[in-house]
Design a protein around this ligand. Structure first.
Ligand code: B12
Length: 179
């Protein structure tokens, strides 16, 4: 599977950390045989256009998003850092239909509320090197299984897509007529 890992941290407080966690997870994905790209938004001049370009070129089957910080831990005037990550998720959603999995230290602290706030599809709490490739394997085997079911019922996926397009074409005038 083609996997895009996005290190979503663009916060420059204190230090500019390297994306160590997502790099470890990317290495594990490559070892498991997946074509893997890692995009570090911190090192991009314009994060969102860089993300758009990478998605269009790479066409990922799954996107992993690393969430490092929730806030800057400045008690005097705290800065909430998740809205920028929510934009990353929204851009991915707009550009492709790949499922999105969250991970990273920020996500792992508040998995349920961060998943809800960011509107991603799933998340992995804690270290990702073993569980994330296992998730990829699971998604791939589910895809193979559904393709096999389609093949054995006498259709290829391409035929099925063609058939769906024809159904949609026929359905449009009906919907318009009803409106
Ligand atoms: C070391 C560290 C620092 C160092 C960084 C040094 C450096 N050169 O990188 C210093 C002291 C500079 C620092 C600064 C800050 N830090 Co700091 N830091 C840490 C610490 C202790 C470890 C981070 C680390 O490098 N881990 C090692 C890597 C390999 O692990 P990892 O990133 O967690 O990745 C693993 C998993 O999370 C997971 N994973 C990661 N990405 C993904 C993606 C997917 C898809 C999946 C499935 C899994 C996955 O798998 C990875 C491999 O096992 C954590 C606490 C902790 N124990 O995690 C806090 C922590 C991340 N920091 C935090 C904060 C807040 C900050 C600061 C904002 C503090 C400040 N006001 O200065 C700054 C921000 C820096 C920045 N610009 O982003 C918070 C973030 C949570 C929050 N409250 O928002 C943490 C969690 C501490 C805490 N408990 O509050 N930090």
């Amino acid at each position: 599977m083609r996997v895009l890992l996005v290190s979503a941290n663009t916060e420059r407080t204190a230090i500019i950390p390297l994306p160590l966690g997502p790099a470890f997870v990317a290495a594990a994905c490559r070892r498991a045989g997946h074509e893997t790209a890692l995009l570090d938004l911190m090192s991009e001049r314009d994060a969102i256009p860089a993300l758009q370009k990478r998605i269009e070129e790479f066409r990922p089957g799954l996107i992993g998003i690393s969430v490092r910080n929730i806030d800057d831990q400045n008690m005097a005037s705290p800065k909430f850092l998740l809205p920028a990550v929510r934009e990353v998720v929204a851009v991915c959603r707009r550009l492709c239909d790949a499922p999105m999995a969250l991970g990273g230290p920020g996500y792992s602290m508040f998995p349920e509320s961060v998943l809800r706030f960011l509107q991603a599809d799933m998340g992995i709490r804690g270290e990702g090197e073993i569980v994330f490739p296992a998730l990829l394997e699971r998604l791939e085997s589910e895809r193979r299984e559904s393709e096999r079911r389609v093949m054995t019922s006498g259709h290829s996926l391409r035929q099925l897509e063609h058939e769906m397009a024809r159904v949609r074409e026929r359905a449009t005038p009906i919907r318009q007529a009803a409106e």
